[in-house]
Unconditional design. Structure first.
Length: 277
């Protein structure tokens, strides 16, 4: 029923007031002090920290300012000479990504629990993959350059090992953390593990594989530029050569080209990832 006319409605009773939010300024101050002390301790060589020579940085700041001024003026006339090495870097990146993609499919199925119930072989594969991932890519490139020689082949092999280790690790863990009820249906139908993997698990895992393959392609362009420093070919070799001659205007142009290529590949891969979802 509505309230009678001429009589004001009774105000609603106010709810209980909320207590003030508890603050502990002392604990926050202690945490910040501990972080500051730990940061300072890492700069003390006497206890194994990194030696931070602030006086040397202040004395040599002009050298850094000069290099930055040179890097701010890229030598566009040097661009024709970078075309061949850049195409070589792109070829290394694509070949390395495609080869690692083909290699990662069977090895990932051996490393994942749903696709390989045998713990002995699964742990053996994971152990080998962890060893491959533990070695830095520059170490691979240095050893392969000494074994094979200077050129693109050591760089391609290094990229294959690096990409395969990353893809196998990430995709196998993603498969392990996902429920696969259709595997039980395949076993109930009398299918072998190989048939179940090929007919059910692998089609469900294609988006995971494709995402990691595209990500490895993005990384390969960046890594190829670094591998060239140790003689593994590509634009990195030219970058190291110009740096050795202190031609920082040419170095700036090479860095700018690498940035453009990486951004373009990232835009393409992002578009493809959205279509795969």
């Amino acid at each position: 029923m509505s309230a009678p006319q001429g009589r004001a409605a009774a105000p609603l009773p106010a709810g209980p007031a909320l207590p003030p939010r508890p603050t502990n300024r002392l604990r926050t101050a202690l945490i910040l002090a501990a972080l500051a002390a730990f940061t300072l301790a890492t700069c003390l060589p006497a206890i194994g920290g990194v030696e931070l020579d602030l006086a040397s940085i202040l004395d040599n700041w002009r050298n850094g300012a000069t290099k930055l001024q040179q890097l701010a003026r890229p030598n566009l006339a040097f661009a024709p000479r970078t075309l061949g090495p850049m195409l070589e870097t792109l070829a290394m990146a694509v070949v390395g990504a495609v080869s690692a993609a083909l290699l990662s499919i069977p090895v990932t199925l051996w490393a994942a629990r749903p696709s390989n119930p045998n713990p002995l072989t699964r742990q053996a594969v994971r152990f080998v993959v962890n060893i491959v991932r533990a070695v830095p890519d520059l170490v691979y490139a240095t050893i392969l350059v000494a074994m094979i020689g200077v050129g693109t082949l050591p760089g391609v092999v290094t990229l294959i090992l690096f990409d395969a280790g990353v893809v196998i690790k990430l995709v196998s863990e993603a498969i392990d953390s996902t429920d696969h009820p259709y595997l039980e249906a395949g076993r109930a139908a009398g299918g072998t593990q190989a048939q179940i993997n090929r007919r059910t698990l692998l089609p469900q895992s294609w988006p995971l594989f494709a995402t990691q393959w595209l990500y490895s392609l993005e990384l390969n362009v960046r890594i190829s530029a670094i591998l060239g420093i140790v003689g593994a070919g590509g634009i990195g070799r030219l970058l190291d050569e110009r740096r050795a001659f202190y031609a920082y205007e040419d170095v700036s142009l090479i860095i700018l080209e690498i940035l453009v290529v990486v951004v373009a590949i990232e835009l393409v891969s992002t578009t493809l990832r959205r279509r795969l979802r």
